[in-house]
Design a protein around this ligand. Structure first.
Ligand code: HEC
Ligand code: HEC
Length: 243
């Protein structure tokens, strides 16, 4: 079943809506089945501000509501469909990026998505387009965006070069799995890397490595700096194929 159907609110059929609600509730994404950690392990080394914690609390509240009420789910879906028209141009209607250098948002950990939307809107992370777009949403809307995308399904890339894939897996298991999860699904509040676009992962690793300042994380800079060009390309290709 496609993501569009999971999220579609346009059908007037009751059964259809019911199926959509069940999928929303029982979606395969790990984090939504569990209470959201207000303090994630990924916070180490990152200065979390009061407003970040307040936002995460709001995320938990709205998520809890959505798990009990189809009305809240419908609200999130409807909001998402109406307010992501611009986002679709780059991130795709189903949350899978359509342009080079753009990340997939589908299936991403909602805490991570919310944090990033905040960082774009207050300048802690810099990207010109994202900065101006992120600041057009109020707090509740940011939460709804994060939940909307977290429920979509990311499409993994096919293995293109088996030798490079093997090399990428080696790098991943040694240097990344402890934080991003054995299968890259962003357990424990870390960014999900599974199915992420290889070109975007490559771009981010290069940024962390060269301290461009567009985003700053001491852990990621340390890890990225320990890798050479081939290892970066290999690990980027590897994670893009994970489901
Ligand atoms: C013109 C293209 C474009 C549009 C339109 C756009 N984005 Fe983005 N978005 C990007 C790029 C490029 C990045 C990566 C920025 C970077 O290099 O740090 C990004 C990053 C993000 C991230 C961080 C994801 C991650 O994995 O760290 C989120 C969340 C996001 N966008 C949400 C949105 C939302 C919500 C909208 C609509 C309101 C939107 N974007 C519209 C291009 C776009
Ligand atoms: C010590 C924990 C830790 C390790 C090890 C680690 N990461 Fe990360 N990673 C993080 C944190 C925390 C973030 C979020 C940083 C931020 O907000 O800028 C992150 C973010 C990322 C991002 C950005 C995701 C996005 O959607 O924009 C990529 C790509 C990434 N890591 C790749 C890797 C790879 C590849 C490895 C192994 C070579 C790795 N990381 C190892 C903690 C870690």
């Amino acid at each position: 079943m496609s993501n569009k159907i999971i999220f579609s609110n346009s059908g007037s059929h009751r059964i259809f809506n019911c199926v959509a609600s069940i999928l929303f509730l029982c979606g395969s994404l790990n984090i939504n089945a569990q209470p959201i950690a207000l303090q994630a392990p990924s916070d180490k080394g990152v200065k979390l501000e009061e407003k970040d914690l307040a936002a995460r609390k709001q995320l938990t509240t709205i998520l809890n509501k959505a798990q009990k009420s189809s009305e809240t789910q419908d609200k999130i879906i409807q909001f998402g469909q109406e307010r992501t028209i611009l986002c679709n141009v780059c991130h795709g209607e189903d949350g899978n990026a359509r342009r080079a250098g753009v990340p997939n948002l589908a299936g991403q950990n909602p805490v991570y998505l919310l944090d990033q939307i905040h960082r774009f809107s207050d300048g802690r992370r810099y990207d010109r387009t994202m900065a101006s777009l992120a600041s057009t949403f109020n707090e509740e809307e940011k939460v709804m965006l994060a939940l909307y995308y977290s429920k979509m399904k990311a499409r993994p890339n096919k293995i293109q070069d088996p030798e490079q894939w093997d090399a990428g897996k080696k790098v991943y298991d040694i240097a990344c799995a402890q934080c991003h999860g054995e299968n890259g699904r962003g357990e424990k509040g870390y960014a999900r890397l599974a199915s992420q676009k290889a070109d975007y992962v490559l771009k981010m690793l290069n940024e962390y490595q060269s301290y461009t300042g567009r985003r700053a994380n001491p852990w990621m800079s340390a890890v990225a700096s320990s890798l050479n060009k081939e290892e970066i390309a290999a690990v980027a290709a590897y994670v893009s194929t994970l489901k």
